[in-house]
Design a protein around this ligand. Structure first.
Ligand code: ADP
Ligand code: MG
Length: 238
């Protein structure tokens, strides 16, 4: 399960209201992309869902349970950071198993989960290497593997491919989509890249200055943008 509901969620930093009261429902299993220009509040919104940012008002629910006051670790979500968040001195196996080791899971169970994640991510041949011996794309897959073993209700990605070169980015995009098809777990993906949004999303949330301009499928946004901002941003002819 992995539905997420935002109910009148707001966030201010000092006097600046970065997210005015905002409502949004994400269904279990959806691939949702938050898209919008730099500084529009995409990361803040994702961090509010993750619990890494405290809401100034409103509620976050996961599978119908209000988690607004619950710590990030207990929300059952996995934030996938960019690949540089790996531990350089640990092997791929140890990096992926890290959250399980922290939870003191029995070794045999850890091994089984690491193996399953490595298989899903085509990393079985690299388990004994260290991050420095991997390509950028492989490192990114290890970061995702570390999230997978926790079997989260949803994966949260904040511009996970922005460190990679253009060719690699296309490949990783496809791999993340493939992973979504395999796991069928809710994914919430932040990007400022329209192409990424249009090619990956079941549902796109277009943000401008913390306000949702439109929510819809890529085709809906393309064919029936609600305003010029959405049309311009999505590259719709209208
Ligand atoms: P995006 O991810 O869409 O680029 P952010 O969510 O990072 O946008 O930021 C939205 C706005 O909130 C920006 O104006 C940014 O400067 C401001 N902001 C983000 N985090 C903080 C913070 N910790 N303190 C003050 N202002 C912040
Ligand atoms: Mg951001």
């Amino acid at each position: 399960m992995g539905s997420v509901t935002l109910n009148k969620i707001t966030k201010s930093f000092g006097d600046a209201e970065v997210i005015p009261p905002l409502d949004l429902t994400i269904e279990d299993g959806e691939f949702v992309v938050f898209v919008g220009p730099s500084g529009c509040g995409k990361s803040t919104l994702l961090r509010l869902i993750a619990g890494l940012e405290e809401a100034s008002g409103g509620n976050v629910s996961i599978d119908g349970v209000d988690v607004t006051e619950i710590s990030p670790a207990k929300r059952g979500l996995a934030m996938v950071f960019q690949s540089y968040a790996l531990y350089p001195h640990m092997t791929v196996r140890k990096n992926i198993a890290f959250p399980l080791r922290m939870a003191k899971m029995p070794q045999a169970q850890q091994d089984a989960k690491v193996q399953a994640a490595a298989t899903a991510l085509n990393l079985t041949d690299y388990l004994d290497r260290k991050p420095g011996q991997l390509s950028g794309g492989q490192r990114q897959r290890v970061a995702i593997g570390r999230a997978i073993v926790r079997e989260p209700a949803a994966f949260l990605f904040d511009e996970p491919l922005s460190n990679l070169d253009a060719a690699l980015r296309v490949g990783m995009r496809l791999e993340i989509m493939e992973l979504h098809a395999k796991l069928k777990t809710t994914m919430i993906y932040v990007t400022h890249d329209q192409v990424e949004a249009m090619t990956m999303a079941d549902k796109i949330v277009v943000l401008r200055a913390g306000v949702i301009e439109q929510v819809g499928s890529p085709l809906e946004l393309y064919h029936t943008p609600h305003n010029k901002f959405v049309a311009g941003f999505i590259g719709s002819p209208k």
